[in-house]
Design a protein around this ligand. Structure first.
Ligand code: ADP
Ligand code: MG
Length: 374
């Protein structure tokens, strides 16, 4: 059967375990090369608060790697330890195979883009982008050339002489990006860089960021709390919960084979049902509502009743309460169904079915497992 064993043990927080199932984005680097970023047993507390709790992570060369999790789960603190703005209480940070624990930010091969851009308002766009090079006394001609190149990369040719106040939010974000890539750092750290933009612009910038990353070939470590953004942009995702990493995997792995109920619930909508003492999750779009008399064709089927119907234009959402206990959200595309037809299905007794491999066993979460192994 395609159902995973439910127990992952404590090693589940170590990324190498989930990497045992290579996804479509399998290794980006030749075997043996040091990862661009490696965190080993990294822990950070602020007084009583454990912000980051013994995190292990490896980011490969050229990867778009996302730290995804709810607010307060430790993403920013993790990023700041990679940047060198915070030092871990325990554990080590390596960049390109070199232990940089204790090394100041400006001596690390990284650069950071913050959500609030942090541009100098009194300087022009060109001066903002050249600032770092001016501090390091790069010759003027060289500075100009490289700034021009970086601004072209973010599609801001012709904006050199403007001040940040004369730009839109999206354009200011591009300047911040140009300033960060102008020195071609090995790793670019981005903390919710699109958080201040409205949805439309955000979606445009997601595409732009991917293009830029591709063109400059810099490793991106990207922080977001937006699961859809993480799924569309990333090569791999680390899902954070309360200071620890619940799972590391490609978007498809994290979405289709969530390792814990937390991941299942945070990344996409989760249906969790219990059968024979085990917990399973099935995604709403993987569940079919069979027509009366329709053959099940190898699907796992259960009887239930449609309790609620929500018509949402492109799709309809059904809430099906199962005879054997539990409930499922089911999503169907409205190929031919009208809203009236969809809504009329409320209260119907139905058979629902899904392919056995789409029911994924979930562990009970890391802390419970630790209890078990003691
Ligand atoms: P995220 O970026 O995922 O929202 P953070 O890394 O910013 O999470 O924060 C993780 C936890 O650490 C939170 O509980 C936050 O309040 C706490 N924290 C972060 N920075 C500090 C700080 N400088 N002082 C005290 N507590 C902090
Ligand atoms: Mg944050």
């Amino acid at each position: 059967m395609g159902v995973r064993a439910p127990s992952y043990g404590v090693e589940q927080t170590t990324p190498t375990i989930t990497e045992g199932r290579p996804g479509p984005q399998a290794p980006l680097e030749p075997h043996g090369e040091a990862p661009d970023v490696r965190l080993a047993g990294v822990r950070k507390t602020f007084g009583e608060v454990v912000a980051v709790d013994r995190v292990d992570l490896e980011v490969r060369r050229g990867e778009f790697f996302t730290l995804l999790g709810p607010s307060g789960s430790g993403k920013t603190t993790t990023l700041r330890m990679i940047a060198g703005f915070e030092e871990p209480d325990e554990g080590t940070v390596e960049i390109a195979g070199r232990d940089v624990t204790g090394v100041p930010p400006y001596e690390r091969e990284v650069n950071t883009v913050f959500q609030d851009y942090a541009l100098f308002p009194h300087m022009t766009v060109a001066e903002n982008v050249e600032y770092g090079m001016r501090v390091r006394k790069v010759a003027k001609g060289e500075r100009r050339r490289r700034a021009r190149e970086a601004l072209a990369m973010v599609r801001l040719e012709g904006f050199e002489e403007r001040k940040p106040g004369e730009l839109s939010g999206g354009q200011r974000q591009r300047v911040a990006l140009a300033r960060a890539i102008v020195n071609r750092p090995r790793v670019l750290l981005l903390d919710e860089p699109l958080g201040a933009l409205d949805l439309k612009l955000r979606e445009q910038m997601q595409v732009e960021l991917k293009r830029i990353q591709h063109e400059v070939g810099i490793t991106f470590v990207y922080v977001t709390h937006d699961q859809e953004e993480a799924l569309t942009m990333s090569d791999r995702i680390a899902v954070f919960n309360a200071g620890h990493v619940e799972q590391v995997g490609s978007p498809a792995e994290v979405y289709e084979a969530p390792a814990t109920p937390f991941v299942s619930g945070f990344v996409g909508f989760s249906n969790v049902i219990e059968r024979d003492g085990r917990r399973f999750t099935v995604r709403p779009e993987k569940i079919q509502i069979l027509e009366p008399g329709e053959a099940s064709n190898g699907l796992h089927t259960e009887r239930g009743r449609i309790e609620d119907v929500a018509y949402a234009g492109m799709i309809t959402r059904y809430l099906v309460v199962l005879d054997r206990g539990g409930e499922l959200q089911v999503v169907r595309q409205n190929l031919e169904r009208s809203s009236a037809e969809a809504l009329a299905e409320s209260g119907r007794e139905v058979t629902v079915g899904w392919r056995p491999e789409h029911a994924v066993a979930v562990a009970d979460g890391r802390h419970d497992e630790e209890e078990e192994t003691r």
